[in-house]
Design a protein around this ligand. Structure first.
Ligand code: AMP
Ligand code: MG
Length: 319
């Protein structure tokens, strides 16, 4: 459990949070995807504190969040494809990797020294209010220990080092519950780096065919190798039609009750968006119930189901 004070996300609390950011401290805030650990993107010390708080390797770049295209243009080169995707999906759960602008004041540490920068305008009211009150870009990875389950509620927030974290703004559960879709527009052709709530097909209706790029991970490694991430404490077994004797079961859709064991259903009516919103919360609950192993039902690999399966595969990867 975090010792950082949790505050209801009233305008007064949001204004105070913006002041803390301006003072170089960190603030946890809700977005429609997951809760983020935010800091002033232009301040090297604040960015360093984020990596420290999460135990995140410094070569894993962060996403810069902004309130509008005006602030975005100060840090990134918005090309024609980015304009089109911005019009279609922002504010929303889409992150674009763009070229850093010549005048970009974002700390090099935030972008791992790259010539590109990942940017997003989130849709959550509290996130937007905070970004507007602060004015500049805010880098905000998920507010969890690196490699573990992302927080989708204020009370899930947990960090390795909370020394520089001033407060947690609470606005209830996240509606999407999975990290943003990431599309790289900085090269010759668009690449999908991470599946998310906005699907490949939706993006392709706007800019045409995109290809599957190298998968993002905490520790860039050999191509195709799955990196352990989003992992609960319990061992995870995916595509399981039924739980084994000592396994808790994370079901989906019309599943028989495997009574005797612990069982939760991501979406009894087989709705993939509902399943995405429940995923991290339910993994936590099964952990909390003391399960040492969790079997997860097959999830249809379509639409947001692909993002769910991406996270589950990583959560099940060897640690
Ligand atoms: P998160 O871990 O949810 O904060 O998302 C950040 C992810 O975006 C990282 O894991 C990176 O792999 C990816 N990312 C951020 N910046 C860049 C960039 N400039 N180029 C490619 N990928 C990036
Ligand atoms: Mg994360």
């Amino acid at each position: 459990m975090s010792k950082v004070p949790i505050r209801q996300a009233t305008q007064a609390a949001i204004d105070q949070a913006a002041e803390r950011l301006a003072a170089g401290e960190l603030v946890v805030f809700p977005t429609e995807t997951v809760y983020g650990l935010g800091g002033d993107a232009t301040r090297e010390t604040a960015v360093a504190a984020i990596f420290e708080a999460k135990g995140r390797p410094a070569h894993n770049p962060l996403i810069a969040h902004v309130a509008d295209l005006h602030v975005l243009r100060q840090i990134a080169v918005v090309n024609a494809q980015a304009e089109a995707l911005a019009r279609a999906f922002w504010p929303g759960a889409l992150t674009l990797v763009l070229e850093r602008s010549a005048s970009c004041a974002v700390a090099p540490l935030a972008t791992a020294g790259l010539a590109t920068i990942a940017v997003r305008i989130p849709a959550h009211e509290t996130a937007l209010a905070l970004l507007r009150a602060f004015g500049g870009p805010v880098v905000a990875p998920s507010a969890n220990v690196s490699g573990r389950v992302s927080p989708t509620r204020a009370e899930h927030v947990q960090l390795t080092n909370e020394q520089h974290v001033a407060m947690i703004l609470d606005a209830g559960p996240c509606t999407i519950g999975l990290e943003s879709t990431i599309v790289d527009l900085s090269g010759g052709w668009p690449q999908l780096l991470r599946p998310g709530g906005i699907t490949k097909e939706q993006i392709e209706t706007v800019i045409g065919a995109i290809e599957q790029g190298p998968q993002v991970s905490d520790r860039p490694s050999a191509p195709g190798q799955l990196e352990s991430h989003y992992a609960p404490k319990a061992r995870l077994r995916i595509n399981a039609e039924a739980p084994g004797e000592d396994e808790a079961y994370l079901a989906f859709g019309d599943a028989p009750d495997h009574s005797g064991g612990v069982q939760l259903n991501l979406s009894p009516k087989a709705d993939l968006s509902e399943a995405a919103a429940n995923l991290y919360d339910f993994l936590r609950r099964l952990d909390a119930a003391g399960a040492s192993a969790i079997a997860v039902a097959p999830i249809p690999d379509e639409g947001v189901g692909r993002a769910i399966n991406d996270r589950l595969k990583r959560a099940a990867a060897p640690r």
